[in-house]
Write a protein that binds this ligand. Sequence first.
Ligand SMILES: NC(=O)c1ccc[n+]([C@@H]2O[C@H](COP(=O)([O-])OP(=O)(O)OC[C@H]3O[C@@H](n4cnc5c(N)ncnc54)[C@H](OP(=O)(O)O)[C@@H]3O)[C@@H](O)[C@H]2O)c1
Length: 281
Amino acid sequence: MAPVSPNSATPAVEAHGARIPLLGLGTWELRGRACTRLVERALRLGYRHVDTAEMYDNEREVGEGLRASGIKRDEVFVTTKIWPSHFAPRELERAARDCLVRLRLSEVDLLLLHWPNPQIPLAETLGALAKVKRDGLARHIGVSNFTVALIEQAVRETSEPLICDQIECHPYLDQSKVIAACRKHGMAVVAYSPIARGGAQGDAVLEQIGLAHGKSAAQISLRYLVQQGIVVIPRTSKVQRLEENLALFDFALTEGEMLEIRALSQRKGRIVDWSWSPQWD
Ligand SMILES: NC(=O)c1ccc[n+]([C@@H]2O[C@H](COP(=O)([O-])OP(=O)(O)OC[C@H]3O[C@@H](n4cnc5c(N)ncnc54)[C@H](OP(=O)(O)O)[C@@H]3O)[C@@H](O)[C@H]2O)c1
């Protein structure tokens, strides 16, 4: 993964030729007109990256928000994800086309496998994902919720570069092994739940560091990640928080502050429930 491009208006990371804006809008649980409005407002405020999924049941509204914003299509990085029940090759291609119909786009910037699915050979799914890319439905492809072992397998078996692993990542979870595996293979890390589903707010350490910078605990949590070149996709249902979550690029944490935040992390610090998901290791 190349370092952050410091001079661009929207800071970004580069991975296998893709330029991924470091800040995106997460949209899980945003629905209907509220979703359209938030996407529109976020883009008008300066966001250039939106994260959705077929499972979120909001791709229509995300596409509407994109058009309502008036921002040119090629200036916005749009990610969607295929649900594991659609990983059989023919199913995956159909699901990708359905995503584009709902978004009313001719291609997405990034198409991800949402979670691993041990029922279907990964090589077959990756073959279909690569074909979807070659057919022009997605500019880039990647994975989500892949462990180190799965990243290694996926990199061996894919015919097209995988540009990222989208994983749970915030100050309370030690993801150093997965991050190292991504870096080894030139993949970006995209952090979901980057403010620990709101849990960063009220944290004594983050609040204290925030005081020194005139920032909130949520902003410190996000800055901690982007300062490591990790892409963040915080979600909010509140227009006023869109601006707060965008204001990450006008200050820097000291090395000491970075270490203090790192000390909060634990191997078992996951907040997203994986128990429903078939585990590979
Ligand atoms: N690939 C995957 O499997 C996967 C899994 C989970 C999530 N994701 C993606 O990642 C995105 C973000 O993750 P997430 O939604 O789980 O969690 P998150 O972004 O860490 O947290 C969202 C929560 O934080 C609150 N919040 C937002 N900004 C805040 C601020 N400045 N101060 C205090 N609280 C704030 C929001 O409440 P308000 O609405 O009240 O602001 C919301 O309850 C999702 O929306 C989705 O796009 C992907």
